[in-house]
Design a protein around this ligand. Sequence first.
Ligand code: SF4
Length: 363
Amino acid sequence: MRSLNQITETALAGQFPDISEGVQLFTEAPLQNLMALGNILRQKQHPDNKVTWIIDRNVNITNICLSGCKFCNFYRTAHQEDAYITTLHEYFRKIDEMQQLGGNQLLLQGGMHPRLGLDFYQQLFHDLKQHFPTLRLHALGPPEVVHLANMESLSFKEVLQQLVNAGLDSLPGAGAEILTERVRRFLSPVKCSAQEWLDVMRAAHELDLTTSATMMFGHIETVEERVQHLIALRTLQSEKPAGHKGFLNFIPWPFQDENTLLKEKYGVTNKVTPEEYIRMIALSRIMLPNIPHIQASWLTVGKETAQLSLHAGANDFGSIMIEENVVSVAGATNTFDAPGIRQAIRDAGFIPVQRDQDFRYIP
Ligand code: SF4
């Protein structure tokens, strides 16, 4: 076994620590050492002391979903009273509100609806773009792409290409949870497998579609499985065609347990402490030298922990809160407006810079 110092040297040289080294760093390195290493690696990639943030708006296309993930309290069956499909009128109203706040990107997420096919999403994207030609659509995610590919008997790449033709600008890394089959079989057996999630992202990278990656941790996974998740992402990233964007950012967040089946029936609660979260941020920076941006999820961990994360490897603060449903329903209650997020970044010792989905600065 290599010493922590030797593993640190590997990371500082920009090389990839392996699985056992990642586990060793996470479980044995003193917090201040792990934070310092994450911070040094972040400074190497982003020496300008800037922390980015974005104004976007999460609108849910539908809450009807056949997946039934045990950690999700958002989904409904089609027959439930409060099941919905968002109307065009609602989108237009919400986009108007967002644009008045200075945002221009819609994060469109929803469930795996049993009947809505590719033509529904193509029409939706087309209608939104026709009404708001400069609007950016960061929409769906690998589970929906796999679901649509199965419904339409198309390849992942064909589905993505048709969505891009209709107006899709970038693909969120939603539905990753933990990318190991053991965890997914228990948490979300109907949803795409880990391999399918990665295959959709591979197809997106071949099309040079901007993507992000996520991880929801702190439920039934082991530390080793968290590290496997990071290594799967970094391996895929290193396979992307030269010059293509691939994953631009990585967003880890702790499982939000309130009102979820996972808590109510299986007794699994979120036990992630602020220290553990900051360790995960630092480990993410160390294990993912080929993914440029690491986002602190202030929505799920709160302002203070997110601010500390900026000293452990994170360089992005995510979006102000206009609307978000899945983690809000499950207990995340933090909020920020634009002045608040800028002040929080300044208070942490950094320069706030507004960005778009491709991490281009907005003056
Ligand atoms: S997390 Fe997504 S896929 Fe799973 S049940 Fe909820 S809406 Fe459906």
